[in-house]
Ligand binder design. Sequence first.
Ligand SMILES: Cc1ncc(COP(=O)(O)O)c(C=O)c1O
Ligand SMILES: N[C@@H](CCCC[NH3+])C(=O)O
Length: 443
Amino acid sequence: MIAMTTMPPVAEIGRGPWPSAAWFGPGGEATLAGIPLVRLAERFGTPAYVLDETDVRLRCRAYRAALPKAEIAYAAKAFLCRAMADWVRSEGLSLDVCSGGELAVALSVGFPAERIIFHGNAKTPRELQAAVTGGVGRIVVDNIGEINRLAALVPFGRRQKVLVRVVPDIAAGAHAAVRTGREDQQFGLSIATGAAGEAVARVLAQPSLELAGLHCHLGSQITDAAPYEAAARVMVEQMARIRETHGVMLAELDLGGGHGIAYLQGERGLDLVDYAGRLTAAVEERCAGLGLRAPRLVVEPGRAISGPAGLTLYRVISVKKALNHTYVAVDGGMSDNPRHALYGSRYEVRVVGRRHQGGMRTMTVVGHHCETGDTIADDVPLPADVHPGDVIAVAATGAYHHSMASTYNLTGRPPVVAVGPDGARLLVRREEAGDLMGRDVGF
Ligand SMILES: Cc1ncc(COP(=O)(O)O)c(C=O)c1O
Ligand SMILES: N[C@@H](CCCC[NH3+])C(=O)O
């Protein structure tokens, strides 16, 4: 457990793409929490995801400090394993899960079910049953049809708390594929079509359901607080309308996650202190204007908790000069990092562990999969003398990397290694050919 006194000021967390305890020396030395990255590559092999436990915990605490009255629910989709669930639990956060798998992991480490929020635009009957049986605190209703299905699953004498996910019709998010706050996409219930109002009325009519509040989620990798202020106002107005129509004052307002981080040196993520202040003020002002009691806020950061706490280590396999580019091919690729292929994402990349000669050159880091789109980092500065065997570190891969990894080309998924005050330890082991064949039962 990491003492509170070691915590840097809130404003310092979230600056830059590397974990706060990463250090790069003038001779190519690179350490994380004092451990050389090349030692981690030797001990655990490559590719490997490395996660700094202290950094994760400090980010959890920064959120709690910035929003002391709000409920902070870590979005498990960014990264979850049993240790991570336990860290988040012990830091007093809640957990947002969006699948039966995430729920099972959380419950397996004794995560308090009442602090779990279950999301999904297409929850299966099995997932709804698991959420109810597991005693999940709130289930977020995301389509009209699931209201009756859910109500029927709640045992006699119990009431299941739910939030209704509303579309605030606000555009925000780094890429079209991760914008969920506008009308005309598959998440949430539209105010414009009347679906949100209908869902509220139907939930209120179900004796086994308790409408705890409203939810919205704008999108992901948002670096400005303004869309959150706008969403807060829209949502408070919806709460006022519900009070007028049904005479019910909802207690909770969940404004989702989406808080952006820096992926590149010099980039800025969402400023947590600025966000917290402006969000709280927007909610309070709009509530005061409408004569409402301010609801309890819930926020659901994923990327901002685990993203910059993680990095990926690869080993260089080949360096190839093509007509206009130099390609540095590593032993991983789109199976452990699909984000360039999906969103054109850019990364901070360093060759670590040795002194270099010959200055820097612009190169492209690619993977070992059989597609030209298998790029990890386009046109990045790398040492001119980079060669096979070198270790490459890619920053800010603690969120949406392990959780989005695939076994494309029957490549096993990399391990997750934690570093912390007691050194390095394996959290998730490497997936081997035997694991992959273990599911292949038809031969
Ligand atoms: C409902 C919901 N909450 C929270 C998150 C977490 O988002 P992020 O990791 O961008 O903070 C997501 C994903 O974007 C989401 O869909
Ligand atoms: N997977 C996306 C974010 C999606 C967020 C989930 N709602 C990314 O890597 O940026």
